[in-house]
Design a protein around this ligand. Structure first.
Ligand code: DP6
Length: 319
C-alpha cells in the first residue's frame, strides 16, 4: 500500500486570484497556465495503520506546518475513514517562494493518495480534489497549455496545446529563495475584502482568457505576452490596492522586469510573469533562451536562474 507520483509546477499566464467558495476552495475566475518540464515534486504515500497519525517528511525532514493540508487532502481523496499514512515529499526547486510548489505537490499527492488508498477516483474527480487542496494544483494534473474552467460547483481542466505543439522555454529568475510572508490563499481573501480593484479584476477575466486562448491557438508569442503581462500586472495592482497592501516584489523583481523590457526593445519576443512571490518567469522561444537566461542571470539581485521546457501532467511513477 505504497504509491508514488510526480508532478511539475505550472506557471499561470492568466491568473487565478480570488476564491468563490472557501469551503470547497473554488476559484472566482478561470485561468490558463503552462506546465513545466524540468522542475518537479515527488510525493510518496505509504499507508501504515500502526502510525498514531499521519507523518509528513519534506526533503527528509519532519514538517508539521503543511501536515494539516496534506492530511485533509488525503481525507478528501479517501472519501471516508482511512488508515494513517507517511508522506515523503521532495522537490528539486525552492518551495513556498512563489514557484507554485503547492501546485506540483498537491497534484502529485492527489494521484499518489488515490493509488495508495485504492480509492479509484475518476480523472475529473482527481482534478477537483487536487484543486480543493490548492487551486493551481488542478492545472498541474495536465501538461502543456492548460485552461481551468470555473464551473458552478466544480472546476474542469483541458489542454489547449500539448507540450510538443508549442515548445516554448521558461526562464525562472530567483530573487529571494525563502518562504513568502503571506500565503496566496490569505492574500486572495485580503484582496477580495479590501481592494477597490477586485471587482473589476473579476469582471475583466473572461476577456483576458479569450485573448490568451486565441493567442495560444495561433501560437502568437507577442500577442500572448501582451495579455499575460497585462493580466499579471493587473493581479498585482489588485494586491497593491488592498489594505494592508500586499507586495510580493523586491528590487530585483523590478530589475528583472526592466531586463525583459530591454530585450523586447531589442526586438526579442519574450515576456514575463510574476506569481505570489518575488521570482520572475520569462517565456520565450527556444532560440532566445540563452540570451534571456544570461540577461536575467546578470541582473542585479538575481540569486539563481533555472530554465525549463514545457512538460507533461502529473503521473504515477514506480515507488
Ligand atoms: C498567484 O493555488 O497557491 O500563483 O488555492 O489557496 O492554494 P490556493 O492558492 P494557489 O494560488 C495561486 C496564485 C497564483 C496565480 C495562479 O497560479 O494562477
Amino acid at each position: 500500500m505504497q504509491a508514488q507520483a510526480r508532478a511539475q509546477p505550472n506557471i499561470a499566464l492568466i491568473k487565478y486570484w480570488g476564491k468563490r467558495d472557501l469551503e470547497r476552495n473554488l476559484p472566482a475566475v478561470g485561468s490558463i497556465s503552462v506546465t513545466l518540464a524540468d522542475l518537479y515534486s515527488t510525493m510518496r504515500v505509504t499507508v501504515d495503520p500502526s502510525l498514531p497519525e499521519d507523518v509528513l517528511l519534506v526533503n527528509g525532514d519532519a514538517s508539521r506546518s503543511m501536515l494539516a493540508r496534506v492530511s485533509a487532502c488525503m481525507d478528501q481523496v479517501a472519501g471516508g475513514p482511512r488508515p494513517a499514512a507517511r508522506v515523503d515529499s521532495s522537490s528539486n526547486f525552492p518551495i513556498a517562494a512563489g514557484l507554485a510548489s503547492s501546485a506540483s505537490a498537491f497534484a502529485a499527492l492527489t494521484l499518489a493518495a488515490d493509488a495508495a488508498f485504492g480509492s479509484n477516483r475518476t480523472e475529473h474527480e482527481l482534478v477537483n480534489l487536487a484543486g480543493r487542496a490548492s487551486g493551481s494544483a488542478a492545472r498541474s494534473m495536465l501538461g502543456g497549455f492548460v485552461e481551468l474552467e470555473n464551473r458552478d460547483h466544480e472546476v474542469a481542466v483541458s489542454s489547449l496545446l500539448e507540450p510538443e505543439q508549442w515548445p516554448l522555454q521558461v526562464v525562472v529568475a530567483i530573487t529571494a529563495p525563502g518562504p513568502k510572508p503571506v500565503s496566496s490563499g490569505d492574500a486572495m481573501e485580503i484582496s477580495r475584502k479590501t481592494s477597490p480593484f477586485y471587482d473589476r479584476w473579476i469582471e475583466q477575466q473572461s476577456e483576458d482568457l479569450g485573448e490568451a486562448r486565441a493567442a495560444i491557438h495561433d501560437r502568437d508569442l507577442q500577442r500572448l505576452g501582451a495579455v499575460a503581462e497585462h493580466n499579471c500586472l493587473k493581479m498585482h495592482s489588485v494586491m497593491w490596492g488592498a489594505r494592508p497592501p500586499l507586495s510580493y516584489w523586491n528590487s530585483a523583481t523590478v530589475a528583472c522586469m526592466q531586463t525583459i523590457r530591454d530585450l523586447q526593445a531589442q526586438g526579442m519576443e519574450v515576456f514575463f510573469t510574476i506569481d505570489a512571490g518575488p521570482q520572475l518567469k520569462a517565456i520565450c522561444a527556444p532560440p532566445d533562451v540563452t540570451a534571456v537566461r544570461d540577461a536575467l542571470r546578470t541582473t542585479a539581485g538575481v540569486a539563481d536562474v533555472m530554465v525549463s521546457g514545457i512538460g507533461t501532467g502529473a503521473r504515477l511513477i514506480a515507488a
